[in-house]
Design a protein around this ligand. Sequence first.
Ligand SMILES: [Zn+2]
Ligand SMILES: [Zn+2]
Length: 193
Amino acid sequence: MLHTLISRTLRSWAASSTSTRPFSSDFKKSYKKAGGDPYGSTKRFPDLHHRVTAELAGAKIQPSWWFNESGTNDTSIGEHITHIMGKFKCSNKTCQKPGWGSKKIAIQIRKFKKHGYDALVFNQRCKECKSLGVMKITEDSYVERLSYRLKKWSGIKVERPVYEEKKGPEHESHLCEGCRAGRCMERKDDELD
Ligand SMILES: [Zn+2]
Ligand SMILES: [Zn+2]
């Protein structure tokens, strides 16, 4: 409870500052457009919909998939949990921890009526100070997972893609918002309180 409060305070402090921005203004803009908080527990990436669509073009799916900007767990009619890759920086500017990478960023792909979909990408917390991270996903891994899943949901036979097997750092459930929400394949219950 206390660290939630602290991280909220740090988050609003970080968001209101204009001096040292951890990422480019384009990055910030795309979050604003998504209606998301860059330091929240989850993020959605509607700006990548056109890339997912481009991947699906050859499959000629009818009707085509559309990104549901107002979807919720209650209105979704199906989901698939997997992970993507990316990097994080601590949102707490007084924290000394350098950024960290993850090959196991939890993502919940949700299905809605009439070929609607969205995807929630779960944030991770800093090992040092437990503040939420500022996420920068590997867009290719997102597009690949999404297009694979939407083809499967469309009834198209797809070969399971071969993912890079290189091991990333150990997944720590207590630092993963996906694990906390019960939406991560890597969840280890004994690490959560
Ligand atoms: Zn930190
Ligand atoms: Zn996790």
